[in-house]
Design a protein around this ligand. Structure first.
Ligand code: DI6
Ligand code: FE
Length: 406
């Protein structure tokens, strides 16, 4: 092999390889070669045959990492809930606001009323903000439509965001997010509609890469969601779950039973649930933006997750109600401060482990030969700085499938 499309030299490389003996899988004085959008070679520059270095791009000692992956967002939505935020600061609870027609239902009304173009424009703005912080892969959930047309419109908008931005967008059907007004008091009828009509249609049109549910006392129980998950699996779609965020609803155990890609939130998950996740190989996705915004005090069980070897990912949970957080590096900084994760765990959580939460680990999440050349270039002294600093714009460049994006 003697030609590269792009060769980066004089780089400090946080490969984020799993099981690497060096922290961050780091390679000092490294080089990384790209061909056909993939990483063709990565290692110490001294090991490169010298004539290959011709035409290389020197990074002048900058750090590179895998491009970041935001594996849990509700990026597509209509309207705005800033007023609710103020009301909550004034003492109103999330539950009170929801009972008064606010909360998720306020966003459902606004999303139903919004034309696709408007949903697309506002979400593209948020997506570009994420890319500006080093993110190249984003998961986007539906769940603010709760009817056939709007759920499909949200997923179509999400797919279009991927095509228009050049970033990778993975879509998730979250119709089991709340009971819509048309089905008030009849959650099982609503879930039957999702299971028998909406989900098969979404699967047939290839609009979703996974199926999610909100397993919570204010939403659906584990028993209610099991039927939906069975159908999802029968249609070949993997599942994910909003689990045990504000109460222990047996969410982690449900996720594990269905071999979920991830179980997300987990503040109230008991040890048995964590053991189940470990056995199923399910990723724990922690969401410090929602924890902070809701003023939670019970932290997710990080010690038990570590002890049982459950992979820990982090995401923004970007949504207009409980996590108005548009920056994944800020989620890292918050996870360290609020949950006690190490900076290395935080970076792994938005690269290697986040890839796994989206079943993309074969293709991205670490800097290794054969993987997609999604690479973030940083003006930092050490990879821990990505977690240490809050609100610092440290991105110096972003390669997506080997091409310059910024
Ligand atoms: N978990 C949450 O915290 C949110 N949805 C979810 O599944 C709430 C989203 C919202 O308030 O709009
Ligand atoms: Fe969420």
């Amino acid at each position: 092999m003697d030609h590269w499309d792009l060769l980066l030299t004089d780089a400090r490389i946080a490969t984020m390889r799993g099981g690497a003996p060096d922290p961050y899988g780091a390679i000092e004085d490294g080089a990384l070669a790209i061909r056909d959008g993939k990483i063709a070679w990565v290692g110490p520059e001294a090991d490169l045959p010298s004539h290959w270095a011709e035409g290389a791009r020197s990074l002048e000692g900058r750090w590179i990492t895998p491009a970041l992956i935001d594996c849990h967002t509700h990026l597509v939505f209509g309207g705005d809930r800033g007023g609710e935020f103020e009301a909550r600061l004034g003492g109103a609870s999330y539950e009170e606001l929801a009972a008064a027609g606010g909360g998720i239902m306020a966003t459902v009304r606004a999303t139903r009323a919004a034309p696709a173009e408007e949903l697309f424009r506002s979400a593209l703005d948020r997506l570009e903000g994420m890319a500006g912080a080093g993110v190249a892969t984003v998961e986007i959930k539906s769940g603010y439509g709760l009817d056939l047309d709007t759920e499909i419109r949200m997923l179509e908008v999400a797919r279009r965001l991927g095509r228009a931005s050049g970033l990778t967008v993975r879509t998730t059907l979250l119709a089991a997010h709340a009971v819509p007004p048309e089905f008030r008091g009849r959650p099982d009828d609503y879930l039957a509609f999702v299971r028998d009509e909406l989900l098969p249609r979404v699967a047939e049109e290839g609009l979703a890469d996974a199926v999610d549910g909100f397993c919570e006392s204010v939403a659906f129980s584990a028993a209610q969601l099991a039927g939906l998950f069975e159908r999802a699996r029968a249609l070949g779609l993997p599942v994910k779950l909003h689990a045990d965020q504000r109460t222990d609803g047996g969410g982690a155990a449900l996720a594990a039973r269905f071999g979920a890609l991830s179980a997300d939130h987990l503040e109230y998950t008991p040890e048995a649930g964590i053991e189940a996740l470990a056995g199923a190989g399910t990723v724990a996705v922690l969401l410090p933006g929602a924890f902070l915004t809701l003023g939670e005090s019970r932290r997710p069980p990080v010690g038990a997750l570590r002890r049982h070897g459950v992979p820990i990912a982090l995401a923004t949970d970007c949504n207009p109600g409980t996590s108005p957080l548009g920056s994944l590096p800020e989620a890292m900084g918050l996870a360290a401060r609020l949950f006690g994760l190490t900076p290395e765990e935080c970076l792994a959580g938005v690269t290697r482990q986040a890839a796994r939460a989206l079943r993309l680990q074969h293709d991205r999440g670490t800097l290794e030969a054969g993987k997609r050349a999604d690479v973030a270039i940083w003006d930092i002294v050490h990879p821990r700085d990505l977690t240490y600093w809050l609100g610092r714009r440290a991105l110096a460049g972003l390669l997506v499938a080997g091409r310059d994006r910024s």
